[in-house]
Write a protein that binds this ligand. Structure first.
Ligand code: NAD
Length: 350
């Protein structure tokens, strides 16, 4: 299968590229602008493969996209390129509108023209997987789960930009017949995640014995999914997903932020500092503006229609993640000293 992946130098995109090339024997072209959040080293495992190619490209560049599609002749697109960090969207929403909304629009239009030139089974079987988030649904109270029919109520500039892109994706199916499938996934974690997100930030701070900053009281709940499990689900959408539909992915694993940080601290103590516990580094800091209380996913449609379910428990996945960051300083050290040193982002007036 020939697949064009956008955002393949990012966290989830690199997992998708690695699985497609190494486990599925797919021919992958990765189109990525290489923003601060990317790390080409995440693709070391496939970089030399004849099945993998890379183009540095902004998804807002229509001509560049046209050339990439013409050169690669994909049978599917998996669209992951995005600005993805909520705190950065609070500090500066403009890139989120450009990439997530205008970029998705530009890619949908490029795909529409490309597909209109395909014939027969190549046209009938083409798929466009638009990768989105459960954050588009807004916040849950203490009970309930997000289902695919839950109305959109995004809270942050990030989730609002993703919601807008989801609506565009569905509209390109309804209006133009582009065979789009939308995925809405809960929080991912695992190796190769840029250390601005909760789990890698806490791991690196614990390794360096810096404070572990927990927003508010740490009571906000997220449903955590191991990144390789998410990537498997996205690839299944190519063959089992129904165009025009949305699919929720989640780990069936709700944890409060404080629980997550406590568990990271325990794994770090076990692996690196048994004699000086890191729990004392936990510090409660000013909450995120508009911080959604709780996300939780009902992934039964993905289980039923795709035969998908997460393979790793949170305990297994989190332990593997902590071990990976402890052993792979070469992947993150230059990010930490150069691109982003762990400072607080997204406070109003800051
Ligand atoms: P990431 O920030 O790690 O990676 C994003 C990638 O997109 C980077 O490689 C970056 O260089 C690239 N990119 C950004 N702007 C671009 C542009 N204009 N043109 C081309 N490339 C560009 O993000 P991630 O965590 O891997 O998330 C991937 C997708 O999955 C996003 O759409 C995100 O909204 C969605 N998602 C993420 C999570 C999560 O927990 N991380 C959960 C659900 C959904």
């Amino acid at each position: 299968m020939r697949v064009l992946v956008t955002g393949g130098a990012g966290f989830i995109g690199s997992a998708v590229c690695r699985q497609l090339v190494l486990q599925h024997g797919a021919d992958v072209m990765n189109v990525d602008k290489l923003t601060y959040a990317s790390n080409p080293r995440s693709l070391d495992a496939v970089a030399e493969s004849p099945r993998y190619s890379f183009r540095r490209l902004d998804i807002c560049d229509r001509q560049g996209l046209d050339r990439a599609l013409a050169a690669h002749q994909p049978e599917a697109i998996i669209h992951l390129a995005a600005e993805s960090h909520v705190d950065r969207s609070i500090a500066g929403p403009s890139e989120f509108i450009n990439t997530n909304v205008v970029g998705t629009y530009t890619l949908l239009e490029a795909a529409r023209e490309y597909v209109s030139g395909l014939q027969g089974p190549r046209r009938a079987n083409f798929r466009f997987v638009h990768v989105s988030t459960d954050e588009v649904y807004g916040s849950l109270g203490a009970t309930g789960l997000f289902v695919e029919e839950t109305p959109y109520r995004p809270s942050s500039p990030y989730s609002a930009s993703k919601a807008a892109s989801d609506h565009l994706a569905h509209a390109w199916y309804t209006t133009y017949g582009l065979p789009v499938i939308v995925s809405n996934c809960s929080n991912n974690y695992g190796p190769y995640q840029f250390p601005e997100k909760l789990i890698p930030l806490m791991i690196l701070n614990a390794i360096e014995r810096r404070p572990l900053p927990v927003y508010g009281t740490g009571c906000n709940v997220r449903d955590w999914l191991y990144v390789e499990d998410h990537a498997e689900g996205l690839i299944r959408l190519l063959t089992h997903g129904r165009p025009g539909e949305s699919y929720n992915f989640g780990g069936n694993c709700e944890r409060s932020n404080l629980d997550v940080v406590n568990r990271i601290s325990e794994f770090c103590d076990e692996l690196i500092s048994p004699d000086s516990p890191t729990r004392s580094l936990i510090t409660f800091v000013e909450d995120r503006p508009g911080h959604d209380l709780r996300y939780a996913i009902d992934a039964s449609k993905a289980r039923r229609e795709l035969g998908w379910q997460p393979r790793r428990t949170f305990e297994e996945g989190l332990r593997a993640t902590v071990e990976w960051y402890v052993e792979n300083g070469a992947w993150w050290a230059s990010l930490r000293s150069g691109v982003y040193g762990g400072q607080r982002l997204g406070l109003l007036g800051a």
